[in-house]
Design a protein around this ligand. Structure first.
Ligand code: GLA
Length: 397
């Protein structure tokens, strides 16, 4: 007889109820042991804060998004997790709001605002006057086939601002009142119908009308390259002029459409310091870092355009070393922003993730990667760098 058959027959001699009791005991003991094992302290995955959490107490974080956001549920969780402000990409611009005099089209803007309000997102309206002729419907400037008079253009501006800012009073926290009025060349202000028909005070008037339409809104003058020394001088002059006349301007906006390896850190810092001295806040209104730099597009009368139009180096994906460089530069930027947080009211990115960036198509078609989230909405190295900079006490005030 083998040893095992002896033990089986020995087991069989134990009464059935005792065997059942033993197996119940065994089961309970094993279960308790297993539970005890589970209760052991497990390593806790690092909590990744959201952008708005990491920036709490410093400034608000926002994003410029598609007018069609109410119809894009796939974007909602990323949007509401990280951002507290939204700027509609196009639907509140003069064109399309009032393409024909007196015919306002609020369909998209109404839906956008309702969506934002119901998701506890604050809205930055963009923009009441875009001081460029190609962005202003022609009818504003014309009257009976002739150039409109100052009075007529001012009346049209007032009606536009009253109607738009008045409609959303209390639901729009900030307005970009005037966009892109400073000249890129030798002049103070860009040539436009606004300037030639009304005069330099068209900017002051726009702010006054905006304040009259919604006295609680935070009012911004917004532009690009206005941190660069030449244009900064004009920006300072404009703010001084408005301040002297008690015009209600609360902030200037630096659009912040930067290019990899060419971020003007010092110029940004000098501008933040200058604006603090003038007593206005700064918002970074349309931030992104283009990884296929585009500035040559405008150089030397456009002679590089043909060559650039063929340039699409990262169609198959962005190399990790580029993403890493971008992360470092985003990190440096946000350390600077954190250092000057007392001057900054809001930082908004321009578009939600790389796949939605305007820089995939402007000024030529190329695969671009300018934001903190990739095409799947996943955080990139730049995201981690921004969070780290926001939380780094070394970059504190
Ligand atoms: C400018 C405008 C924005 C938007 C971007 C590009 O910066 O202010 O409204 O048009 O260009 O998308």
């Amino acid at each position: 007889m083998s040893k095992s058959s002896t033990s089986i027959s020995a087991l069989a001699r134990i009464p059935r109820w005792t065997r059942q009791a033993i197996s119940r005991l065994l089961f309970t003991t094993l279960t308790l042991l297993a539970l005890a094992g589970l209760a052991e302290p497990q390593p806790i995955p690092p909590q990744i804060p959201t952008l708005k959490q990491a920036a709490q107490g410093l400034f608000s974080i926002g994003v410029g998004i598609s007018d069609r956001i109410p119809e894009r549920p796939a974007d909602w969780s990323l949007l509401t997790a990280h951002y507290s402000y939204v700027t509609p990409e196009n639907c509140m611009k003069v064109n399309p709001i009032q393409v024909v005099e007196g015919q306002f089209d609020f369909a998209l803007a109404d839906a956008f605002t309702a969506f934002a309000v119901s998701n506890q997102l604050r809205v930055c309206g963009h923009c009441l006057v875009w001081a460029k002729d190609d962005r202003t419907p022609e009818w504003f400037y014309r009257e009976n086939g002739k150039p409109a008079s100052r009075e007529v253009l001012l009346r049209r501006m007032k009606t536009h601002i009253d109607t738009l800012a008045g409609r959303y009073r209390g639901r729009i926290a900030m307005w970009d009142v005037v966009n892109e009025a400073l000249d890129d060349g030798a002049q103070f202000l860009r040539p436009s119908g606004w300037l030639s028909i009304i005069g330099e005070d068209f900017i002051a008037k726009a702010f006054e009308f905006a304040h009259a339409a919604d006295s609680n809104a935070f009012l911004i003058y917004n532009d690009y390259n206005n941190e660069l020394p030449d244009k900064r001088e004009k920006q300072i002059r404009l703010v001084r002029l408005l301040r002297e006349q008690n015009v209600p301007i609360h902030a200037i906006g630096l659009q912040g459409h930067y290019e990899l390896d060419q971020i003007p850190f010092k110029a940004i810092e000098d501008t933040l310091v200058a604006m603090k001295a003038l007593g206005v806040k700064v918002v970074v209104s349309e931030l992104d870092i283009d990884v296929v730099p585009r500035s040559k597009w405008w150089a030397d009368g456009g002679k590089y355009r043909e060559e650039l139009a063929k340039l699409d180096p990262y169609r198959a994906g962005c190399p990790p070393e580029i993403l890493q460089r971008q992360a470092e530069q985003y990190g440096q930027l946000f350390r600077l922003f954190r250092k000057h947080a007392d001057t900054i009211a809001r930082i908004s990115f321009w578009n939600l993730h790389d796949g939605q960036s305007w820089l995939n198509g402007f000024p030529w078609k190329r695969a671009n990667y300018p934001l903190l989230f990739d095409r799947q909405g996943q955080p990139k190295p730049a995201f981690d760098a921004v969070i780290k900079a926001l939380q780094d006490p070394q970059s504190g005030r």
